[in-house]
Every structure is written in structure tokens, then in C-alpha cells.
Write a protein that binds this ligand. Structure first.
Ligand code: SAH
Length: 300
């Protein structure tokens, strides 16, 4: 059986401050992802019009978000908290099958390349001599099957880092994909942490499909209240709201001179995320399907 993501579709009637209010409320909840569904009209003159410098931002549109949770109870509590503060906001509950998330049926899922990694379902393993690190994942194994842009971008950014002999932390490990990628790349130690027991169970099942070094450990826990030891490379594919609200907790998990890979946010949130992590400088950022990811180095 594939997993279903309890989610909320939130829609405001007019442009207002509901995004900030909702972000503030959602910080208290464990989310899997927020996707911005709003259609943004092009700025006057289209995206590129040399006669119109500077190109203004497109006009703002009313909030239209899809927020995915790990469990229905958490989703319902978040819905009630949002309704209390924003009674006019349209709140629709949805149970989104994993297939929708991946926008294709599970059986048709095939191997996906991202940077120097290939994420492959057991029925589409690449040839032994393929020039890539192969991570086998059953697509029913929760978030992180390589069919989400943020997972792929994290793997592409991880491909830019030489993790050999480094300690790696994966905050919100989901299917365990980023932890396994780091372990297979020769990291000295890898901890994959997730607040959701189901995610850790799925990460452990995924780990059994791979031949992994014994440097990898999965643990249930919330990194904000139950912090693991600091590491040289911290991967956090969470949400923009959580990255910003938990900046201090995340930064304190990065050893001096360490690097950060952040994703899980919309490209419109990139500036806010970079601002929150101002102790670091951007080495690289990627955008795919309007999702963003960034590789940060300490500011010297
Ligand atoms: N790292 C995977 C999964 C990302 S989904 C990938 O890149 O594909 C985000 C995960 O973060 C979810 O599994 C969710 O349960 C977990 N999560 C959310 N808040 C958390 C917190 N405060 N501490 C630990 N895990 C958290």
C-alpha cells in the first residue's frame, strides 16, 4: 500500500498577511512540505523586456497553499489553529496519495538521476557498471523517492561536497535517501533523524535494500528539542517556515567550518531563508518546479 499524506489546501480570497500568520502557526507543527499553488501572472512586458528596466515583481496573488503533514491528527490540530486566527480563510482537508505527490503511478516510477546519484526502485536497477552511486528505494517508503524536486536538488548539492571522513546530519530524513547518499559517499558518520516513527521505519527498510557501511544510524527525534551531536555537513530538507523558525537550532548543529544544504521551500522564500542564515554565504542555489535548494558555507 502506498502512503497517503494528510494535507490542507489553504486559500485566501484577497492578498493579505495570511501567509505570515499561517507560517507563524505552522512553526508549531511538524510538516512534510508546503507547496505554493498560486498562479503568478507575468510582470508587464513578460519576464524579459529590455525596454522596461528594471523588471518589476509580478503583482502579489492571494495565498493558495498545499500543506502536507505526517499524520491526520497533526493536520487537524493545525487546521483548527489556523481557523481560530483566520476564520475567513478557505481550509480544505485532503488525503493525498503518494502517487499524486509523485504525479505518476508507483509502478511506473523509474530510476532518477540527481548529481552523482541514481535513486532506483527495486524493479529498475541500473547496470552494475553505471557511473553513479545507486540508492535503492521502494517508492512506497515515504517522502524521498527522488520524485520530488527538493530531494533531487539536495542530492545534486550533496554531489558538490566531498563528505569523505566528515560527520553528516540529515534533519528530517524521511525515506533516508540523503543519509544513504552521504554514507555511500564515504562519510565518517551519518545520523538521519526524523520526528516521525513511520519515516524512521521506512528509512530502516530502505537501508536493508542497500549495501551500506555501518556508519549510518537512523533515530526518531525532533532536532529542536532533542539535538544530535553537531556535524560537518548538515542536510535539512524541511520547510521554509521551519528553517527560519529553527535557524538557531540548525546553526548550532553545524561544526565550525561546516556546510549546510537547505531545501523544502519555495523559490519566493529563498531570500528569507538566506537572510535567516546570514552567518553563512551561498555557494550555490538551485530551483526546480519553483522549489529551491541552497548550499551554504560559513562566512569568513
Ligand atoms: N530528507 C528527505 C525527506 C524530506 S521530508 C528528502 O530529502 O527527501 C521532511 C521530513 O522532515 C519529514 O519526514 C518530516 O517528518 C521531518 N520533520 C519535520 N519536522 C521535523 C523536526 N522538527 N525534527 C525532525 N524531523 C522533522
Amino acid at each position: 500500500m502506498s502512503r497517503v499524506w494528510p494535507s490542507l489546501i489553504l486559500r485566501a480570497k484577497v492578498v493579505d498577511a495570511s501567509d505570515e500568520i499561517i507560517s507563524g502557526i505552522l512553526h508549531n507543527f511538524s510538516l512534510v512540505a508546503i507547496q505554493d499553488l498560486a498562479e503568478r501572472p507575468l510582470p508587464p512586458g513578460g519576464l524579459w523586456d529590455p525596454t522596461f528596466p528594471p523588471i518589476p515583481d509580478p503583482p502579489p496573488t492571494p495565498l493558495h497553499w498545499h500543506v502536507c503533514f505526517n499524520d491526520a491528527g497533526e493536520r487537524d490540530r493545525a487546521a483548527a489553529a489556523i481557523h481560530d486566527l483566520l476564520p475567513d480563510l478557505a481550509i480544505e482537508r485532503a488525503d493525498m496519495p503518494d502517487e499524486d505527490w509523485a504525479a505518476r503511478s508507483q509502478r511506473s516510477l523509474s530510476a532518477v538521476r540527481a548529481g552523482r546519484f541514481i535513486i532506483a526502485p527495486p524493479w529498475d536497477l541500473p547496470a552494475d557498471d553505471v557511473d553513479a552511486t545507486v540508492i535503492v528505494i521502494e517508492p512506497s517508503m515515504g517522502f524521498g523517492t527522488g520524485h520530488h524536486a527538493t530531494t533531487r536538488m539536495c542530492l545534486r548539492l550533496l554531489s558538490e561536497i566531498d563528505v569523505s571522513d566528515l560527520a553528516v546530519l540529515d534533519l528530517g530524513t524521511g525515506s533516508g535517501v540523503l543519509s544513504m547518499a552521504a554514507a555511500l559517499s564515504g562519510a565518517r558518520s551519518v545520523i538521519g533523524l526524523d520526528v516521525d516513527q513511520d519515516a524512521i521505519d521506512s528509512a530502516e527498510s530502505s537501508a536493508r535494500l542497500n549495501t551500506l557501511p555501518d556508519t549510518i544510524t537512523f533515530k526518531v527525534g525532533d532536532f529542536r528539542t532533542d539535538p544530535p551531536p553537531p556535524a560537518d555537513v548538515v542536510l535539512a530538507n524541511l520547510t521554509g517556515g521551519m528553517l527560519i523558525a529553527a535557524t538557531h537550532a540548525i546553526v548550532s548543529l553545524v561544526r565550525p567550518g561546516g556546510q549546510l544544504v537547505l531545501s523544502g521551500f519555495d523559490q519566493s522564500e529563498l531570500t528569507g531563508v538566506l537572510h535567516a542564515f546570514e552567518a553563512f554565504v551561498e555557494r550555490l542555489h538551485l530551483v526546480e518546479d519553483r522549489w529551491a535548494a541552497v548550499l551554504l558555507l560559513p562566512r569568513t
